[in-house]
Structures are given as structure tokens and as C-alpha cells.
Design a protein around this ligand. Structure first.
Ligand code: 5AD
Ligand code: FES
Length: 346
């Protein structure tokens, strides 16, 4: 498959059929060749620097009922919590001391946080930490709401598309959610001026190689600043409790493919990767990822934000993960950089 990898490297994309062929016929040698190219591209743009994003999981209430997700509305066993504005600000304070210059507010779609509340929280963070980027990840909202948050000082928004195939989307989500609306949200965010992140789970139930090729083409078309992919991991209280987990190896392969497609993208080595493999995040970096998203949530709520089973770093303080991550990053020859790590045009 070397010829397809070379073509991908040179033209930054492939035809759908070529993506399928590459994924289906990849060998260990192809993988090494691809990783090496992806690392080279990443190092040329970012050097050996890895960006940190401090993740604040501020609510696990969710009005949605996605079949794969541990905090889905119908999971009666989820122990629900919300962080107050003061708690969120104190996470930021702690993160700022540890060198974080990006805060990611992530949560379920929780009606308790009205636009006014979010605007208030975002403005306060903006005021206290003018040198930091604020990223939101709170699902589908109206364009008007997105605009209000942006005006209050938010810079980036993460909204994984989950799958770019309509039929597959329906197999992962209840009737009231649609791929069309998801895409509309992503377009709105982009038009407003956010740096936007999309992404998908590798090995989600019913996913085919064709679907993955469609995801890659969708990513190419949207051309987002950030792309988050991680393996699907079953959660015991969901419809997909007995489904097999996604493949770490395929996830790493796709991280590298995406690095070649969008050389300057911000691509995290996800916590899900680290959950399925002890060195998953390090391997992610070696496949071309350049972002880590450690948890800044108070330890008392961490286990409650369980999107999937066995999530790592739910018992550690932010400071502990910070030391741990620095060691992990340097073990593969990279270094954490303490700045906002904005997307740069090339
Ligand atoms: N396994 C892996 N990733 C998951 N997510 C949600 N549930 C799971 C799961 N069971 C991902 C989704 C979502 C992101 C916040 O977490 O892709 O967009
Ligand atoms: Fe959290 Fe290692 S990064 S314990």
C-alpha cells in the first residue's frame, strides 16, 4: 500500500475507494512507513512540542440518549452532578498554575446551564485569564447561542460528527438526533469564527470501512482546525454494553492518515486511546498527534463523567496527571509547551 500512502502524502487526500483499500490492506510495514511520514509532517510544523488542553467536565446531565454514551439520559445508574461557576473557576486557577493556557468546558446537553449562565461563566474566565483560549464542548445549540458564547469570549468548539454516514448515524442515535443538524451546527460554528473540532469513534457498533472512508472525506471537506478520534469503548449501562471495543491499532493508523490530510491540524492523543492501551497516548504522539487533554475536573466528580468503562485518570489530582504526562511525553522525545496552541494557517 506504499503507493497509496505516497499519494496521500503528496496530494493530501485519496478517493473513497483508495481509502478503503488502504485501510483494508494495511500491513505492519505500511503502518511504520505511514507513522514515520506523519511524525515528520507534525515535527516540521510543531517541532517536538505537544499542546495541553485542560478538560473541565462541568456537568454529566444530558438530555440526549446516544446509544454508546455512559451519561445518556436513560442511564438511571449515572450519579449526576453539576459544577458551580466557582468550582469551574477554581479548576481554571489550578490549571493556570500548572501551565495550561487552554480550558475546555465539556458537558452533556444540560438545560440547567442556560445561555445566560454559560455567557456568565465564559465572560468570567475570559476576564480572569485573558491569555488563555476557551474551548466549549457542550453539544448542539442554536446559531444564536453559539454566537452569544463567542461574543462572551469563547474561541473554539468541539463537536464530534460521530459518523458521516446517515444510516450509521441512525444506528448510534435516537430518532430525534440527525446528522444533518450536527453538520449544520458545525457550519454555524465555523461561520461565526470559532476554531472548530470534529471527529468520530473508531470501531463504533455497525461501523464499516466504507463509513470510515466517508468520515475521512467529510473531514477533508470540512477542514476543521481540530480532529478528535478515539476508539469506541463499551459502557456497561448502555445499549452497546456487549459490543467489542474499537481497535487501538486502527485508531493510530487513522490519526496518521488525518495528519497527512491536514498537516497543521490539532489532533489529540485521546484519553480513550490511553484507556485501552497503557501507552496509547504515547503511541498517538508517535503516529502524529500533537495535543493532550488532561482532566482538570475536581477528583470528587471524575468517576461520574464516565462516557465509557475503565476511563483512566479518574483518581488522580490534576497535578499528578501533569507530572505523569510530562514524563510520558518526554519518554517519546517530545516536550509539553505552555501556550495557547492556536491553529496556524500554513
Ligand atoms: N467510547 C468512546 N468514546 C465515546 N464518546 C462517547 N461515548 C463513548 C464511548 N462509549 C465520545 C463521543 C463524544 C465524545 C465526547 O466522547 O465521540 O463526542
Ligand atoms: Fe493521569 Fe498519568 S496522565 S495518571
Amino acid at each position: 500500500m506504499k503507493h497509496l500512502i505516497d499519494k496521500l502524502y503528496e496530494t493530501k487526500s485519496l478517493e473513497k475507494q483508495e481509502f478503503i483499500e488502504l485501510i483494508q490492506n494495511r500491513s505492519k510495514d505500511d503502518e511504520e512507513y505511514l507513522f514515520k511520514l506523519a511524525r515528520g509532517v507534525s515535527q516540521k510544523i510543531f517541532g517536538n512540542k505537544i499542546y495541553l488542553r485542560g478538560l473541565i467536565e462541568f456537568t454529566n446531565y444530558c438530555r440526549n440518549d446516544c446509544y454508546y454514551c455512559g451519561i445518556r439520559k436513560s442511564n438511571q445508574n449515572a450519579d449526576r452532578y453539576r459544577l458551580s461557576k466557582e468550582e469551574i473557576l477554581s479548576c481554571c486557577e489550578q490549571g493556570h498554575k500548572l501551565g495550561f493556557r487552554t480550558f475546555v468546558l465539556q458537558g452533556g446537553e444540560d438545560g440547567y446551564y442556560t445561555d445566560e449562565k454559560i455567557v456568565d461563566i465564559v465572560s468570567s474566565i475570559r476576564q480572569e485569564y485573558p491569555d488563555c483560549a476557551i474551548t466549549l464542548s457542550m453539544g448542539e445549540k442554536s446559531r444564536k447561542s453559539y454566537q452569544k458564547f463567542f461574543d462572551a469570549g469563547a474561541n473554539r468548539y468541539l463537536l464530534r460528527h460521530e459518523t458521516a454516514n446517515e444510516e450509521h448515524y441512525k444506528k448510534l442515535h435516537p430518532e430525534n438526533l440527525s446528522l444533518q443538524n450536527r453538520k449544520r451546527c458545525l457550519m454555524n460554528l465555523k461561520e461565526i469564527g470559532y476554531q472548530v473540532g470534529c471527529g468520530f469513534m473508531v470501531g463504533s457498533p455497525f461501523q464499516t470501512v466504507q463509513n470510515i472512508a466517508e468520515d475521512l472525506l467529510f473531514i477533508k471537506e470540512l477542514s476543521p482546525q481540530m480532529i478528535g478520534i478515539g476508539p469506541f469503548i463499551a459502557h456497561h449501562d448502555t445499549c452497546f454494553a456487549n459490543e467489542p471495543n474499537g481497535s487501538v491499532e486502527l485508531t493510530l493508523f487513522l490519526v496518521a492518515v488525518i495528519r497527512l490530510m491536514i498537516p497543521n491540524a490539532l489532533i489529540p492523543a485521546t484519553t480513550a486511546l490511553g484507556t485501552l492501551d497503557r501507552r496509547g497516548r504515547e503511541q498517538g504522539i508517535l503516529a502524529g498527534a500533537n495535543v493532550l487533554m488532561p482532566n482538570l475536573s475536581p477528583v470528587k466528580v471524575r468517576k461520574k463523567y464516565a462516557l465509557y468503562d475503565n476511563k483512566i485518570c479518574t483518581g488522580e489530582e490534576a497535578a499528578e496527571c501533569n507530572v505523569c504526562l510530562r514524563n510520558r511525553v518526554s519518554s517519546v522525545g517530545y516536550e509539553i509547551i505552555e501556550n495557547r496552541g492556536d491553529f496556524k494557517e500554513i
